[in-house]
Design a protein around this ligand. Structure first.
Ligand code: NDP
Length: 336
């Protein structure tokens, strides 16, 4: 069994010393356990948080422990009710070829699921994040303007497409012309603004002439700075992620604009609400699963995925994810 363990807590961007590939004997399942062979490993921004021991909503990975992660896996042998040999499952199998599980939190996809890796993206955790964050916190009403950061990523792409289904004007924000073209031409957003291009704040203002009613926050930093003056009275801001800060080692340079923001939240009676998807909205998974399954099957929601071949490529692919190198959902295909 090949596995990546956390060797060292990164300072800033993870580097070659952060994770280490080790090999051990194949684990033997005990009573009430099953042996899973991981086929796809999901790469997700939250993993940067697990590498750190800074205060968080979840415990960090300990030094020497296998790096955590969602996987699509096949059951090799099972002593767990509801799971048989050869079933495909979504599990929390980690950055390794094989994993043991007692079935907690594992979803059975059956013997022959279509597009099984999608269960790590649009049909799984990122999809649930998009759907719940937008509907439960965003409280969308047809005709309103929704701005979505990280618009080409698995969460943002899904948020915007749901926004279109619900009758909103949807403006994406993404890095670079190629991602922006995809967001408009393939995903069907009304507009997409490149935050890396000169004149970004003015371009965003032009794309949202009636102001912003819902801002789906995935990135923070300079994108939020441009969004802030455009927010309408009673705006809702689902705070889903702040990826621009995940590798940061200090606060950004001043001026400190926190009091400006607080004054604005007050005057405009805005709602900012953070959420952690499974803690807050895990109970909505069955409803989500049905709704999103229908939308994807009917072609109403499109999905872009990047498959990286080989477990040994996972660390570099993860650093690239944090740097904007990913275009769509990144998964690693394991070859054990
Ligand atoms: P993404 O694929 O969207 O994340 C990677 C993308 O983030 C990059 O491709 C890049 O896009 C963008 N990015 C990186 N750095 C910056 C920056 N400095 N400024 C602006 N954009 C940047 O990942 P996901 O769709 O999986 O996740 C999106 C967000 O949702 C993340 O913040 C994640 O942590 C959060 N999340 C939160 C959950 C929750 O329960 N609260 C659950 C799941 C995800 P570009 O090239 O356009 O810059």
């Amino acid at each position: 069994n090949r596995k990546f363990i956390l060797a060292e807590r990164p300072k800033g961007e993870p580097d070659d010393n952060t994770l280490r590939l080790e090999t051990e004997a194949l684990p033997t399942p005990g009573k009430g356990q099953m042996l899973l062979r991981n086929e796809y490993l999901s790469l997700d921004p939250y993993m940067r948080g697990r590498m750190s021991d800074a205060p968080s909503y979840a415990a960090p990975v300990e030094i020497g422990q296998t790096m955590v992660g969602g996987t699509v896996a096949q059951v090799m042998s099972s002593d767990v009710k509801g799971f048989e040999k050869d079933d495909w499952v979504v599990a929390f199998g980690g950055w390794q070829d094989y994993a043991l599980s007692d079935g907690t939190g594992v979803i059975n996809l059956g013997k022959d699921p279509e597009n099984k890796s999608w269960a790590l993206g649009v049909l799984g955790m990122p999809g649930l994040t998009a759907w719940t964050g937008l509907t439960q916190i965003g409280q969308p009403k047809a005709g309103e303007t929704l701005v979505v950061a990280g618009a080409s990523g698995p969460v943002g792409a899904t948020v915007g497409q749901i926004g279109k289904i619900l009758g909103l004007r949807v403006v994406g924000v993404a890095g670079g012309a190629e991602k922006c073209a995809h967001v408009v031409d393939t995903l069907g957003f009304d507009a997409c603004v490149d935050y890396k291009a000169d004149g970004f704040p003015a371009a965003l203002k032009a794309a949202a002439p009636d102001g912003i009613d819902i801002y789906f926050e995935n990135v923070g930093g300079a994108v939020f700075d441009a969004v802030m003056p455009l927010l309408n009275t009673s705006a809702r801001i689902p705070v889903c992620g702040v990826i621009s800060q995940y590798n940061a080692t200090s606060l950004p340079d001043g001026p400190d604009r926190l009091s400006l923001l607080m004054g604005m939240v007050l005057r405009k009676r805005m709602t900012l609400r953070g959420f952690i998807v499974f803690e807050d909205f895990g109970h909505l998974y069955p409803e989500f699963s049905k709704q999103m399954g229908d939308w994807v099957r009917d072609g109403k929601i499109k999905y872009r995925e990047e498959v990286i071949e080989g477990l040994e490529q996972a660390p570099a692919a993860f650093v690239g994810l944090l740097n904007g190198k990913a275009f769509g959902k990144r998964v690693v295909k394991l070859t054990a």
